[in-house]
Ligand binder design. Structure first.
Ligand SMILES: [Zn+2]
Length: 305
């Protein structure tokens, strides 16, 4: 009798923990029919909109494809994935495109994203195969044609899923030259891809434009979003504009410190090595490997006196 009691207790615990694990693994609800899937660690997050006319997916990491598809299915049932879009051309965002397209989804992207993705995808696919962290059948014998946007746009396109509308908007050069965000005007929800790294040092390099990036962050914050799903880092329903403004403040701090060090006669190499402790509240964020390239690009963008 006593033993049965104990095994029941363990069965209950097991049940409880599997529910807890599932809720962490699965889709996080932001509004009716609107979800996001958290990437593992600082891995890219996926946005999902389940509409009457099918499902919209924004950004997906091929290494984590099975779990994400399962999470999508857990909220969308067998509704078809109708549209797929990306925050930009990088592999952690675009390498599931062809798998969704093979199931009938239409990849939608800006002309600039298409221009960046075409030469990039085959190289990235070869690299992924070599590293062996994805199922080989997801890449072997595949080609870039299926990963490419089949519908392209210049500035903006509206996808009408019936009960949900998704606006894809090109923001030009921020993190990379092909920044795209997804905006749900009715629900005031933003999927912003690598425009936003929450509480992680963002990746910035010589393809970035930090000034324009900050303008974009402020513009989007001005739309008073209810929830914002970053490319990388944590989010929660109702997080609002704060993470966008935090990222803007991060760059403002970086610029002020880089400029102060330059004015004090430091070389760009000294600034790249020495700026981290100057970043105050941001200094301790993870992904510190990204700091030197960010400092260098901010330095490059300083007005030439
Ligand atoms: Zn990314």
């Amino acid at each position: 009798m006593k033993q049965r009691g104990i095994s029941r207790y363990f069965a209950f615990l097991l049940f409880f923990f599997s529910i807890a694990a599932f809720s962490q693994e699965g889709a996080i609800k932001l509004a009716e029919g609107v979800y996001a899937i958290k990437g593992p660690g600082a891995g890219i997050n996926t946005g999902v909109v389940v509409g009457d006319r099918g499902v919209f997916v924004f950004a997906c990491d091929l290494r984590d494809y099975d779990r994400r598809l399962q999470a999508i299915r857990s909220v969308a049932g067998d509704r078809p994935i109708r549209f797929v879009a990306n925050g930009h051309h990088a592999g952690d965002d675009t390498m599931c495109n062809h798998l969704f397209a093979e199931q009938g989804a239409v990849v939608v992207g800006s002309k600039e994203l298409a221009r960046q993705l075409l030469p990039y995808w085959p190289k990235r696919a070869a690299q992924e195969l070599k590293q062996g962290k994805v199922k080989r059948e997801y890449l072997e014998g595949k080609n870039v044609a299926m990963a490419m946007p089949a519908i392209t746009f210049d500035d903006k396109i509206t996808l009408d899923l019936g009960n949900h509308v998704v606006e894809l908007i090109s923001l030009g050069k921020t993190h990379t030259p092909d920044t795209i965000i997804a905006w749900l005007p009715k629900e005031k929800i933003l999927f912003v891809g690598d425009l936003l790294f929450v509480e992680h040092h963002p990746t910035v390099d010589d393809r970035s434009d930090v000034g324009n990036w900050q303008r974009a962050l402020k513009t989007l914050a001005g739309w008073s979003p209810a929830s914002v799903v970053p490319g990388h880092g944590a989010f929660a329903p109702g997080n609002g504009a704060k993470p966008l403004l935090d990222q803007d403040r991060y760059f403002e701090t970086m610029r002020a410190k880089v400029k102060a060090m330059k004015d004090a006669g430091k070389s760009v190499e000294e600034i790249k090595k020495g700026v981290q402790p100057e970043l105050g509240e941001f200094a301790k964020w993870p992904r510190e490997r990204a700091i030197p390239a960010t400092a260098e690009q901010v330095y490059r963008e300083l007005p030439a006196k």
